[in-house]
Design a protein around this ligand. Structure first.
Ligand code: SF4
Ligand code: SF4
Length: 311
């Protein structure tokens, strides 16, 4: 089961929910206290918030693997090129231009889609890798495996990093396949989605079985939740809402959930003790261990809603 934890804006509590859910499924409260053991190392956490990843602060992974990542960008062979301009015509991102007898490339704009290479009639383009970020992976002390991406300073494109991160076939869940290449099969995957509703969010949500939308009961929170609901609806991903900082007295958000037939999966109160614990890098399940059961129950509801077998 692939569960994406998303929110329309940053600072809503997305990482509080994703890390709490991960620890709950791993049977851990973040202090070494084990509730059960059946999911040890069969749970993968992917931090796709590549511009500001922070789930590691709560899950304490031991990063044992690091690789550079990025799109393949075009390199033009001036001897083979006839300056026909076809590459510039097919590039949707203005990352390549033909000016008289010169082909100019703009690697920072290139998405690595490969259209220019495919459409060059002279075979004058080769693709060369360009690192725009890092992928990191390793076990945590809590019986789950952790991966994340980090975008290099000054880079603008998160999508290629998220795409590579999500298909990174790594970890102790790896099993040999018939062709000997191996494949990593996880029982559960939790994806911490970047904030907002732009391309990186769509890339992180691709393939999710369920989207947990974290929202706070304020007019701004309702505005962002509406946008997020439009995104997951367009992607046909079943969704439910976690109401964070509940207790502000603003009721329009709950009314919206009722009208939109969006199940309210969990409430987390506006509580100073939670804020102080998070500031000390304590996960929600350490601050209030009862969230171990509440998160697990929420997981069971999600499994029922998508019609999967419970693991
Ligand atoms: S499509 Fe190929 S031949 Fe035409 S301008 Fe681009 S690189 Fe040169
Ligand atoms: S790979 Fe795609 S985005 Fe990059 S220059 Fe070629 S067509 Fe444009």
């Amino acid at each position: 089961m692939r569960i994406a934890v998303a929110s329309g804006k940053g600072g809503t509590g997305k990482t509080t929910v994703s890390t709490g859910l991960a620890l709950s499924l791993a049977g851990e409260n973040g202090t070494g206290m084990r509730a059960h053991s059946q999911n040890r190392y069969r749970l993968l956490f992917i931090d796709c918030d590549v511009e500001a990843p922070n789930a590691h602060l709560f899950l304490n992974p031991d990063f044992q693997v690091r690789i550079e990542t990025g799109p393949s960008v075009p390199q033009v062979d001036g001897d083979a090129c006839t300056y026909c301009g076809r590459c510039a015509e097919v590039c949707e991102f203005n990352a390549i231009a033909v000016v008289e007898e010169q082909v100019l490339t703009f690697p920072h704009l290139c998405h690595g889609c490969g259209s220019c290479t495919l459409n060059c009639p002279e075979g004058a383009i080769t693709e060369v890798p360009r690192a725009v970020g890092l992928l990191e992976a390793g076990p945590t002390p809590y019986g789950l495996y952790f991966t994340r991406g980090i975008m290099n300073v000054g880079e603008a494109m998160a999508v290629p990093i998220i795409r590579e991160l999500k298909k990174w076939d790594i970890g102790p869940g790896r099993e040999e396949t018939q062709d000997g290449a191996g494949s990593t099969i996880w029982e559960n995957v939790i994806i911490d989605v970047p904030p907002g509703t732009t391309c990186p969010v769509v890339e992180a949500l691709q393939g999710a079985d369920f989207a947990l939308l974290v929202a706070e009961p304020t007019p701004f929170g309702l505005h962002d939740l509406r946008l997020m609901v439009e995104v997951v609806s367009a992607m046909n991903i079943p969704a439910g809402v976690v109401l964070n900082r509940d207790g502000t007295g603003y009721e329009d958000l709950e009314r919206f959930c009722e009208d939109a037939d969006l199940p309210l999966m969990l409430r987390i109160p506006l509580d100073r003790r939670i804020a102080e614990g998070l500031a000390r890098r304590e996960p929600l399940t350490t601050i209030y261990p009862e969230y171990l059961d509440r998160m697990r129950e929420m997981y069971e509801s999600m499994v029922k809603m998508v019609g999967r077998d419970l693991r």
